[in-house]
Design a protein around this ligand. Structure first.
Ligand SMILES: Nc1nc2c(ncn2[C@@H]2O[C@H](COP(=O)(O)OP(=O)(O)OP(=O)(O)O)[C@@H](O)[C@H]2O)c(=O)[nH]1
Ligand SMILES: [Mg+2]
Length: 302
């Protein structure tokens, strides 16, 4: 019986459902400290709900800290998050010796320098329907299986146009760019339903020895590099049900798709599988593994 499908060889990738990881179970079973990091750029409409849910997990001893890393948002995001009780840091204040902050991936990388947990859970701050299960789902497999190193969320993304909801219409960059490219060049990774999900948890020992693409290529880069570092057996995905956020213009999606292409192409070039990108395409800036630049906390050399 062939198990090959459009989604790749899902049979080889460990897949979980968030319902298997209620808060009480993780609080009782965890032996590692856990930080949750929320990168935000203008998330005033959604950050309150997100922080409330995450602080609920801190109160129940599932996680140890909740840190919002804000891009100097002018819409009150940081004030809302701080008022609800999150620790808020401005991305420009982190590792200033590396110059201007160059996007989401850069914020995630710089945040590692102040996050204290042995496990880091990243969640986006712009989910309209955020629930604690977003963090529980990606954290759970790491708490319950010491062999796992990185877990990505998966979800269905409804697309709403006017009054019409297309259940799986969202995630266009994912379906039209990231997954086809992964399927072509890293077929085992095609089993990830949401390779670009911001909901990702990993052990900091792994994160500190990986480079971070500075912008929207960060998820693609981390997934490929984690795969090269620990193999498919160290990776997993967890079903978080549905996730709803604002949909961007086709123009903005084009820029995101390009960041995905750049991050993937850079790894193909590095592996000798591709000569080079055209010189005019511009270099994608990567931050080096944190452990290489003297800011590692876990003590592991890359
Ligand atoms: N600190 C920081 N956060 C950012 C930056 N860019 C994006 N974010 C946040 O990172 C998260 C994901 O970014 P989005 O722009 O929503 O990207 P996305 O979720 O991949 O794209 P969509 O699926 O279209 O929403 C959100 O919480 C953003 O507010 C940045 O430069 N700095
Ligand atoms: Mg988003």
């Amino acid at each position: 019986v062939s198990t090959l499908s459009a989604s790749g060889r899902a049979g080889d990738l460990r897949s979980f459902h968030h319902a298997d990881f209620p808060a009480e179970r993780l609080a009782a079973q965890r032996t590692s400290t856990v930080s949750v990091c929320v990168p935000t750029r203008a998330c005033a409409a959604t950050i309150g709900r997100t922080v409330d849910a995450l602080l609920g997990l801190r109160d129940r001893d599932v996680v140890d800290e909740v840190v919002v890393v804000d891009a100097a948002s002018l819409d009150g995001t940081s004030a809302i998050a701080a008022r609800r009780g999150a620790r808020v840091v401005q991305e420009v204040e982190l590792l200033p010796e590396f110059g201007p902050v160059l996007g989401k991936g850069d914020a995630m990388w710089r945040a590692l320098s102040v996050l204290e947990g042995e496990i880091v859970v990243y969640v986006d701050g712009d989910s309209a329907d955020f629930g604690a299960h977003f963090a529980l789902g990606v954290l759970g497999p790491l708490v319950t299986d010491p062999k796992l190193q990185l877990v990505k969320g998966s979800f269905r993304r409804p697309l709403q146009i006017g009054d019409t909801v297309v259940p799986d219409g969202g995630g266009r960059v994912t379906e039209l760019c990231a997954r086809p490219l992964l399927r072509a060049f890293y077929p085992e990774l095609a089993a990830f339903r949401q390779p670009l999900a911001g909901e990702t948890a990993a052990r900091r020992t792994l994160l500190e020895r990986l480079p971070f693409a500075t912008g929207y290529g960060v998820e693609t880069g981390l997934l490929i590099d984690a795969y090269e570092a620990v193999g498919l057996a160290g990776l997993a995905q967890c079903d978080l049900d549905t996730r709803q956020n604002d949909h961007q213009s086709l123009h903005a999606l084009g820029a995101m798709a390009y960041a995905v292409v750049q991050a993937l192409a850079a790894r193909l070039v590095g592996a000798g599988r591709l000569d080079a990108l055209a010189p005019s395409t511009g270099e994608l800036v990567h931050r080096p593994p944190l452990a290489l630049v003297g800011h590692g906390r876990s003590g592991d050399a890359p």
